[in-house]
Design a protein around this ligand. Structure first.
Ligand SMILES: NC(=O)c1ccc[n+]([C@@H]2O[C@H](COP(=O)([O-])OP(=O)(O)OC[C@H]3O[C@@H](n4cnc5c(N)ncnc54)[C@H](OP(=O)(O)O)[C@@H]3O)[C@@H](O)[C@H]2O)c1
Length: 252
């Protein structure tokens, strides 16, 4: 029995990943503020289960309580492998830094960086106690490696996530565990995050016109295609290169 904890399952890439994991006979625990009834229906039709945990990842206490329940449920004798996939994120606030509020900066870093750090720590703690093979995947972005006008928070949180992930990979390797942790860069996809990006004024985001063109010219990848490439990597754990930055651009 294999379990995957996926954050951001209510829509976008997280929902597409969860769907494909269920189709690969992996039980899925979904974490988001909103439910995804389609995933429950899909699980009902198959031999696996989908369980939703409503959680605002910007709230540390909620996250901690949620993962206590989730971990108790999945780290059990019958489980042979655990996946943790941190897909939930926000691109907001998109604006020059003088216009950022304390609340927006705090929520952004909490959702995009602190939450994946906490989930990774909580899950690897359980993995250590149980000796269970655990694979963690953090969803990154090309924005981590280039400065984009208006995206200082997003670039910073994704750059932090990259360094964090590669450091955890180094530790796991030197500790000699069977755990692996990777980054996956999905590049531009046709999700609600792109809708948020296109809705911003040029003063706040200089490249907004370019992103409107990506949509018009059909240059945004289909999230299901991206999720399929990612899940194909996940289901062959022996082939996974610990600490590697996987990019969709190397596949499609
Ligand atoms: N779309 C792109 O072009 C693109 C490009 C590069 C990288 N990425 C990365 O790909 C991943 C998925 O993005 P996407 O495009 O699928 O985004 P999306 O369509 O906006 O979906 C975001 C998901 O994150 C969840 N989420 C956001 N804030 C949350 C919070 N406070 N608590 C709990 N869950 C929260 C949302 O659930 P609720 O609202 O229900 O809470 C939703 O399920 C992200 O890590 C993103 O940075 C996307």
């Amino acid at each position: 029995m294999k379990y995957a904890i996926v954050t951001g399952t209510s829509k976008g890439l997280g929902a597409a990943i969860a769907e494909l994991l269920l189709k690969n006979d992996i039980h899925v625990i979904g974490i988001a503020r909103h439910v995804n009834k389609q995933l429950s229906q899909l699980a009902d039709q198959s031999k696996v289960t989908y369980q939703h945990f409503s959680c605002d990842l910007a709230d540390v206490d909620q996250l901690d309580r949620t993962f206590e329940k989730v971990n108790d449920q999945i780290f059990k004798k019958e489980t042979s492998r655990v996946y943790l996939i941190n897909s939930a994120a926000t691109v907001n606030p998109i604006d020059t830094v003088a216009n950022h509020t304390i609340e927006a900066i705090q929520a952004h870093m909490q959702i995009n960086l602190i939450a994946p750090m906490l989930t990774t720590s909580l899950v690897l703690k359980k993995a250590k106690q149980s000796g269970m093979e655990t694979i963690v995947a953090n969803i990154s972005s090309g924005a981590a490696d280039r400065s984009t006008y208006g995206w200082s928070a997003y670039g910073a949180s994704k750059a932090g996530l990259n360094r964090y992930t590669q450091t955890v990979a180094l530790e796991e390797e030197q500790l000699g565990t069977s755990n692996k942790i990777i980054l996956f860069d999905p590049s531009i996809m046709d999700t609600e995050m792109q809708r948020d990006i296109r809705a911003v004024d040029q003063e706040a985001f200089q490249e907004v016109e370019q992103f409107k063109q990506y949509k018009k010219q059909n240059k945004l990848r289909d999230k299901s295609v991206v999720a399929q490439v990612f899940v194909n990597i996940l289901v062959e754990p022996a082939e996974i290169n610990n600490g590697h930055y996987y990019s969709i651009k190397d596949y499609v």
